[in-house]
Design a protein around this ligand. Structure first.
Ligand code: PRP
Ligand code: URA
Length: 209
């Protein structure tokens, strides 16, 4: 039974992803939109995060409340995932960040590993893999394979735009991984780019085209 596909229907998310697609948007605004969308989706994706009860003294009384009880790992897939990691740290400063470096080969479209910065122990309760684009699904499936082999039990994926092909590939390889997205588009083109998509998310964030 797949863990679930969540595509945000929030007006902020729909309006921001519309702007993100616009080819005339500058890298600066593109990064701001990626950051803002990541934060909005993170709030939706952490709705079931473990808490524990605490009390706090207000100027008037002792008041019951909660603190976050889960150790969270944020795993950006380099390079485009970088822009989604920083905003999650603003929401959850105690999270740990592990970087995984993968790029898609231009001809085969297969993911190629070039960096893997995992600590000795998988000392987290839940991992959030972040990457704006889920196209064929090859990169995210490889990242989940790596984290599971290393011992992470609970994983969620946070992306911005997906193709149906990528969603199907991830759900088929890892049905236990919940997927949180801003949009699912219609298809992949012959170069395995998402249509209508937004082009190359790394290039648009970092101005490399
Ligand atoms: C993009 C994107 C994903 C991957 C998605 O990265 O950020 O990591 O492609 O494609 P897939 O689902 O078919 O694997 P890219 O390879 O362009 O590298 P970059 O982030 O360094 O630009
Ligand atoms: N990677 C991107 O950055 N964009 C796509 O559409 C597909 C893969």
């Amino acid at each position: 039974m797949p863990a679930g596909l969540h595509v945000s229907n929030h007006p902020f998310v729909r309006a921001k992803v519309t702007r993100l697609r616009d080819r005339s948007v500058s890298p600066k605004e593109f990064r701001e939109l990626v950051s803002s969308l990541a934060e909005l989706l993170f709030v939706e994706a952490t709705h079931d995060l473990a808490t524990e009860p605490i009390t706090v003294e207000t100027p008037l009384a002792v008041c019951p409340g909660v603190k976050i009880a889960a150790q969270v790992g944020i795993i950006p897939i380099l390079r485009a995932g970088l822009g989604m990691a920083e905003p999650l740290l603003h929401v959850l400063p105690d999270a740990i960040v592990w970087h995984l470096g993968l790029y898609r080969d231009h001809d085969t479209h297969q993911p190629i590993w070039y960096y893997d910065k995992l600590p000795k122990q998988p000392n987290i309760d839940i991992a959030f893999i972040v990457d704006p684009m889920l196209a064929t699904g090859g990169s995210v499936v490889a990242a989940v394979d790596r984290l599971k082999k290393w011992g992470v039990q609970r994983i969620k994926f946070l992306g911005l735009i997906a193709a149906p092909e990528g969603v199907a590939a991830l759900q088929s390889a890892h049905p236990d991984v919940s997927i949180y997205l801003a949009a699912v588009d219609t298809h992949l083109n012959e170069n395995r780019y998402i249509v209508p998509g937004l082009g190359d998310a790394g290039d648009r964030q970092f101005g490399t085209r």
